[in-house]
Design a protein around this ligand. Structure first.
Ligand code: FE2
Length: 160
């Protein structure tokens, strides 16, 4: 069913659509990982990381909305159903139960680095197909790299 017509050719729309859908999955998954860690973190650095995790969640949710709406604007219905996220999500996340503060920081760094690496591939892929989508993916990447930096800065021990 074609409800919303696209403003770009079909081949370009396919490339942009795939990049947007995969980014949507990563962002929604990241928001769930962030909340899981927010609720289950334990340790002396609880407070600062607990709060920092909500910044990741807020950014991931906000960009998930923008990314999904970009897909809709191109005439491609975004898929944010839980079963879709569960089957497509591949970023590393925390184990179940309580997680130590040091481990939370490491897991978040890994998850964000992995998300950024995947985004950078999509930035390359969308360069010709749809620079508008590429521009959005660049903005998402900048935010996730900022979040990664903050966790990396958290992770420096007294001995370093
Ligand atoms: Fe909370």
């Amino acid at each position: 069913m074609t409800v919303v017509k696209s403003t770009i050719p079909d081949s370009a729309r396919r490339v942009a659509g795939e990049a947007l859908q995969n980014t949507l999955v990563d962002l929604l998954g990241l928001s769930l990982i962030g909340k899981q860690a927010h609720w289950n973190i334990v340790g002396p650095r609880f407070r600062s990381i607990h709060l920092q995790l909500d910044e990741v969640v807020a950014a991931a949710r906000s960009f998930a909305d923008t990314v999904a709406e970009r897909s809709s604007a191109l005439g491609l219905p975004p898929d944010g159903r839980p079963e879709t996220i569960a089957s497509a999500f591949t970023l590393p996340g925390p184990k179940d139960g309580w997680v130590r503060d040091t481990e939370v920081v490491e897991v978040l760094i890994e998850a964000l680095e992995s998300a950024v690496a995947r985004l950078r591939e999509r930035i390359d892929a969308t360069e010709k197909a749809d620079p508008v989508t590429q521009d959005l993916l660049i903005a998402v990447t900048a935010e996730l790299e900022k979040q990664r930096w903050m966790f990396a800065a958290e992770n420096v021990s007294h001995d370093d």
